[in-house]
Design a protein around this ligand. Structure first.
Ligand code: CIR
Length: 254
């Protein structure tokens, strides 16, 4: 059974953090409707939703991915790199408690879940403005007993590592090579995003289907050409908040 933790869009999402994007008006009702469609897509792919209520004082709290790293054996509660987001983790710790032992990352470590790409037993951590080497060292110590290795990787020009690379099948990565060195991830096939769609590398793999934004049609076509099953969702309002599809859920086996 797959669990997906999600959180309703904050009524104050227009106050969200922005790093690489200019602020644009966000239509709250449309963002909420898109988020519901995203949740419906996860349900259709077999996820049981654990939906947390909106947090009016936490503008970015819909982006639950950044608050935890959930592995089969343990969950790590992150210490988000943006001060405004650090209060998001308390409720996530409670939501995870029925499923996993939860261990926190502590100061001076900072890490956003969006910076953590797991490929098998290896975790790659983007050394972005949100995540640092201190957190990488803590993660390595906490996960060594479970045989995970943890390695920091440089990213350039994007918010998180998973803005630049995500897994789209057991043997394939989707990568924007301008933002991360595609050669860092070992012997795995790389699909590059269409150069007109730099933000297109964020895809959410559930089973053998990729949940993927309608905003990137050229790259979606490319995924289909590689035989990847794509479930498209319109998350245009959440993209204005510098989010995408991985960031709106924490998906794990019960
Ligand atoms: C932020 O800057 O933290 C939010 N506005 C966007 C976070 C998106 N998170 C993600 O892609 N994992």
């Amino acid at each position: 059974m797959l669990i997906a933790i999600t959180r309703e869009v904050s009524p104050n999402i227009s106050q969200c953090e922005l790093t690489h994007l200019d602020r644009q008006p966000i239509d709250l009702a449309l963002a909420q409707a898109q988020h519901h469609q995203y949740e419906a897509a996860l349900e259709a792919l077999g996820c049981q939703l654990v939906r947390l209520p909106a947090e009016p004082t936490l503008p970015d709290s819909v982006f639950v991915e950044d608050t935890a790293i959930v592995l089969d054996e343990i969950a790590l509660l992150t210490r988000p790199g943006a001060d405004s987001r650090q209060a998001e983790t308390a409720s996530i710790a409670q939501a995870l408690a029925p499923y996993r032992t939860v261990q926190p990352i502590v100061a001076p470590g900072i890490v956003d879940g969006g910076d953590v790409l797991r490929i098998g037993k290896r975790l790659y951590v983007g050394l972005s403005s949100r995540s640092n080497e201190a957190a990488v060292a803590q993660m390595a110590d906490l996960l060594r007993p479970f045989d995970y290795s943890v390695q920091g990787v440089q990213v350039h020009g994007c918010l998180h590592l998973k803005s630049a690379v995500t897994q789209v099948s057991p043997t394939m990565l989707l990568v924007n090579p301008v933002w991360v060195d595609a050669g860092l991830f070992g012997d795995i096939q790389v699909i590059e995003v269409d150069s007109e769609e730099p933000h297109a590398a964020n895809a959410l793999l559930i089973g053998d289907t990729v949940v993927y934004p309608t905003s990137y049609p050229y790259t979606a076509q490319r995924l289909a050409q590689y035989g990847i099953q794509v479930q498209r969702v319109d998350v245009g309002e959440l993209i204005k908040a510098e989010g995408a599809v991985t960031c709106c859920s924490l998906v794990f086996t019960q």
